[in-house]
Write a protein that binds this ligand. Structure first.
Ligand SMILES: [Zn+2]
Length: 314
């Protein structure tokens, strides 16, 4: 009898434990399945991308005979749908996680329907590193309330407000595979998922968000990677440089290496000593060597630390 009660008491936690472990296993499994699914999708997207580039390159090789066929193909294939593999979310500006290294060496984009977004054409600030940060767009002068127009046809993916960044902004996915971003707007006239024609009025310009005066921040992106709008637009005559934009990752995304260097420029970092800390503990916790700490603070490795003392660790 005693033995039976003893058994029963012990079987409860064992059964509960069993269910808990099964539940944990199930959730780990579903995570794994999700990840595998995502990897499959990514590789399908990459294959489609490579195929579409091959098609474009084929056209160049057999230009005389295949031009007409190619144009039909381009109209029907909707490259943007193929490329982005039905990733359509308003949550992030770059949800694609496709670094330039994963892109083909050269990509051709049909830009023939380009429309200049503003009535003014002066550049306030160019694409490139600025004040230890990367400036991913071209700033164009405007007056508050000026019309802002879509550069190509497509569909509005994001309408949002970022008080410390773009202010009121719009992101459009274009049918040609590019995405464009319009920042610091005073008023947005479109809604998410709305289809847009090239040259269509989408917003009024302004100075919302982090902005020192009225301007349009215009960005072009390919698979989430921003590139200089001046690779495509000739601001002197408000036209595109060429009907077909050739995206070469070496040329257009090389800045990302430079941008990383800007981001990693050493800045001083301090640590406040807690009770029981030793130099080696602090070093381990902050991922630096003991020597770095002793050198930066001109102390010996056996120095006694006081609680609340500030140590330079970088
Ligand atoms: Zn800007």
């Amino acid at each position: 009898m005693q033995n039976l009660i003893f058994k029963n008491i012990f079987s409860i936690p064992i059964i509960t434990g069993f269910f808990l472990i099964s539940a944990i296993n199930l959730s780990a499994q579903s995570n794994l399945i999700n990840r595998i699914e995502q990897q499959k999708k990514d590789s399908v997207a990459r294959n489609q991308l490579e195929k579409s580039v091959e098609r474009y390159q084929d056209r160049d090789n057999k230009k005389d005979t295949l031009d007409e066929d190619f144009d039909d193909d381009l109209m029907e294939s909707h490259p943007a749908d193929d490329l982005y593999n039905s990733i359509w979310t308003r949550e992030r500006l770059n949800p694609y996680q496709t670094p330039p290294s994963a892109l083909p060496d050269s990509i051709y984009i049909d830009c023939s329907e380009f429309a200049f977004p503003l009535s003014e054409t002066s550049i306030n600030s160019r694409f490139g590193p600025r004040w230890h940060r990367m400036h991913y767009g071209t700033d164009l002068k405007l007056q508050v309330g000026d019309s802002v127009r879509a550069v190509f046809s497509g569909k509005v993916r994001i309408v949002d407000y970022e008080p410390h960044g773009y202010g009121n902004y719009i992101v459009i996915r274009h049918n040609n595979g590019l995405e464009s971003v319009y920042g610091h707007l005073s008023r947005v006239l479109v809604t998410e998922n709305q289809e847009i024609k090239a040259g269509e009025l989408i917003a009024y310009g302004g100075s919302t968000g982090r902005s020192t005066g009225p301007h349009l921040h215009l960005e072009f992106r390919y698979m989430g990677n921003a590139f200089d709008t001046e690779h495509l637009v000739n601001y002197a005559n408000r036209l595109i440089l060429d009907d077909i934009l050739l995206i070469t990752k070496d040329k257009m995304f090389r800045y990302q290496v430079q941008a990383k260097n800007i981001g990693s420029q050493p800045r001083s970092k301090y640590y406040t000593v807690r009770r029981g800390d030793t130099i080696s503990k602090i070093a381990a916790r902050n991922g630096v060597s003991v020597r770095t700490i002793t050198k930066l603070n001109k102390i010996s490795a056996t120095a006694k630390l006081k609680t609340g003392q500030r140590l330079k660790i970088r």
